[in-house]
Design a protein around this ligand. Structure first.
Ligand code: M6R
Length: 369
């Protein structure tokens, strides 16, 4: 049931601290060692892989995008992310040394299932990250890492997305531990940060009133752009997808670095643009680059809606509105920065009088190719 919320989506957005906490639960032993018991793939095989390909669709694919940044950084294994339907039909280079990671909430997405079958036919091992127990994709995978988000009813994915990102971090840390890329205390440190995330997500939810208010004011907007760099890029893509799905508004997510390669031509006075700003405590140059992107679009009249970390005063002069999120390591920040965008889409859809849980033309699981 909706538990007092106006929609399942609203409820599921508020379930996210628990979805992340439950996905972490019981997966580290007392010494902080990661124990992914449900991974039945031989450790020797996992040590020998030389490439990871994440296959998924829609929101699940954006979690794969975040996974790429984290796993490459922690494990030094090349990671590709590919839409499952594109992967299947382009004769990809896949062999026994490839690990394919299939990410899916429903476990029934036909495009993803076909990609899994194709990968296994080529000799690859497949790990699936799945939310729905008893579904088809885990049955057809070599191993499964369940996300413990609980049932997701709303067509638009929210808590499953955060749980998928969390599971991908665990997989990355597990591989780093197994392959000796990180010292145990380094892994412990990241796990501690990860365990602190549910409370920070709650904090973002507690601060949600302002983004909802702005969404109501913007009910008649015809186009919204989203910009991000690094892990903020998939967050921008996800923010745009949520708005398309729920509010039927034209929305695009861009890598902020692409601006001058084309999208900046779209900026005209009054154009609303969300910008996801990376932590200033992370790589300096990354933060500075996004600040200069905000300046560039603001100079052309954009209305800048900025998502930034607490204390990042550098954004203030260029922001029409700032939505603050608690401090977190750059790689983990998507668990926080996407939340205001979910709230925005949910509220804007409601303000337009639309059905948030059952948007037109969409099904919860896409079981045809
Ligand atoms: O069940 P899956 O995670 O495999 O579904 C993948 C996509 O169809 C799904 O994420 C879709 O994009 C959602 N409607 C996004 O909100």
């Amino acid at each position: 049931e909706k538990g007092g919320f106006a929609s399942f989506m609203d409820k599921e957005i508020h379930d996210q601290p628990k979805a992340v906490a439950d996905t972490l639960l019981g997966r580290t032993d007392l010494k902080g060692r990661l124990a992914l018991d449900d991974l039945r793939i031989d450790e020797a095989v996992l040590r020998s892989i030389d490439k990871i390909i994440v296959v998924a669709c829609g929101t699940a694919a954006y979690s794969g995008h975040v996974a790429k940044y984290a796993i490459e950084h922690w494990c030094r294994i090349p990671v590709e992310v590919e839409l499952a339907h594109e992967f299947r039909y382009r004769d990809p280079v896949v062999n026994e040394k490839t690990l394919v990671v299939a990410v899916t909430q429903s476990g029934e997405t036909m495009d993803t299932l076909m990609a899994v079958r194709h990968a296994r036919e080529q000799g690859a091992k497949v790990i699936s990250i799945v939310n729905t127990h008893g579904s088809t994709i885990p049955r057809e995978s070599d191993a499964v890492l369940y996300t413990h988000a609980g049932p997701e009813i709303a067509v638009a994915s929210t808590k499953a997305f955060l749980a998928q990102i969390t599971a991908a971090y665990l997989l990355g840390l597990y591989l780093a531990q197994l392959r000796g890329n990180k010292f145990p205390d380094e892994i412990d440190e990241i796990l501690d940060e990860l365990r602190a995330m549910p409370a920070k997500i709650q904090e973002v939810l507690d601060r949600g009133a302002r983004v909802r208010e702005i969404a109501r004011w913007m009910a008649d907007t015809s186009s919204v752009l989203f910009l991000g760099r690094h892990v903020g890029f998939p967050v921008a893509l996800e923010g745009a997808l949520k708005l398309k799905e729920l509010a039927y508004i034209h929305a695009e997510g861009f890598a902020a670095g692409e601006l001058k390669h084309g999208p900046i031509a779209l900026i005209e006075p009054g154009q609303p643009v969300f910008v996801i700003v990376p932590s200033p405590r992370g790589r300096d140059s990354l933060h500075a680059k996004v600040i200069s992107n905000i300046q560039e679009i603001r100079a052309r009249g954009a209305r800048t809606l900025v998502i930034a970390e607490d204390g990042d005063e550098a954004v203030v002069p260029y922001a029409d509105e700032v939505f603050w999120v608690p401090q977190a390591p750059t790689l983990l920040a998507p668990l926080l920065t996407v939340v205001p965008l979910q709230l925005f889409a949910c509220e804007l859809s409601t303000a337009r009088g639309l059905d948030v849980d059952q948007p037109r033309n969409l099904a919860k699981s896409v079981t045809v190719e």
